[in-house]
Design a protein around this ligand. Structure first.
Ligand SMILES: [Zn+2]
Length: 126
């Protein structure tokens, strides 16, 4: 496991005013309001983004769906989202950031699975 200090040297952190945070290769985009809102939550989210790999893989998907991600900070996280409507773009599978199109593979997989499961249930019920 690489140290946080080492990983921080490998990435570039860009403050954004929408979404929560995302990692694309060596760039971490993070909502600029998070730091002032709650520094521990900011650190937790930044550490999560640091754990992501440089090229999206199964490891990244598993990292995004593990239940321990926000341990102890779930309430604060959802309170931030509710009070910062611009953060809602976090749930878009595809969005524009600084003129660049950002794709969130984890959300595409999750939404895809949801569509398959709900579609199958609908067909079974008809
Ligand atoms: Zn993630």
């Amino acid at each position: 496991m690489l140290s946080t200090e080492y990983l921080l040297k490998m990435v570039k952190i860009i403050n954004i005013d929408s979404g929560i945070a995302s990692r694309i290769k060596n760039i971490i985009y993070i909502n600029k309001d998070l730091k002032d809102y709650n520094y521990s939550l900011y650190q937790l989210i930044l550490n999560h983004e640091l754990e992501h790999t440089f090229h999206y893989s199964l490891k990244d998907f598993l990292l995004d769906v593990r239940t321990s991600n926000l341990e102890g900070y779930r309430l604060k996280y959802w309170k931030f989202i509710l009070t910062h409507p611009k953060s809602w773009t976090e749930f878009l599978p595809i969005m524009k950031l600084n003129g660049k199109t950002i794709i969130n593979p984890s959300l595409i997989i999750l939404y895809g699975l949801f569509l398959i499961i709900s579609g199958s249930l609908l067909i079974a019920l008809l």
